[in-house]
Design a protein around this ligand. Structure first.
Ligand SMILES: [Fe+2]
Ligand SMILES: [Fe+2]
Length: 137
């Protein structure tokens, strides 16, 4: 199970809420695998990927609005994750019949969320804090 410790919070409500929602879906997938209900993985993973893409769009719009100077780099980073998301969906599709796919899905999903989605956002944490942008929108 993944848990977002305080060091992973941006202290920016809209984005922290999105990250928590993504972590909740990851935990539902891990739970489904642990409960030997891998057939649930495909629907959950599809939901995860859709939610992640929506989150990226929301985050990019917010960074543009706040005038974040490295927004292009962060957008490119988000774009570079498309193929990883495709792989996650493929593992999830196979999870019902294939233990290896389940193991890969669980491992890759947790890395994806923690390393690719959340840790890379720490790059702009100081910027949005310093900007005093209202995160309650
Ligand atoms: Fe991001
Ligand atoms: Fe994010």
């Amino acid at each position: 199970m993944v848990e977002l410790s305080p060091s992973f919070l941006l202290e920016f409500e809209t984005l922290d809420r999105d990250h928590q929602q993504l972590a909740d879906i990851v935990n539902q997938i891990v739970q489904a695998i642990d409960d030997n209900e891998p057939e649930k993985c495909e629907t959950l993973a599809t939901h995860f990927v859709k939610s992640t893409k929506l989150h990226f769009a929301r985050e990019e719009a917010l960074l543009i609005k706040a005038g974040y100077p490295n927004v292009k780099k962060h957008q490119d980073h988000h774009k570079s994750l498309n193929s990883k998301m495709e792989h996650l969906l493929e593992f999830a599709k196979m999870a019902g019949e294939n233990q290896l796919a389940c193991d890969s899905l669980r491992k890759e999903l947790v890395f994806f969320l923690m390393d690719d989605v959340i840790t890379t956002d720490m790059e702009f944490k100081t910027f949005i804090e310093g900007k005093g942008v209202n995160g309650k929108a």
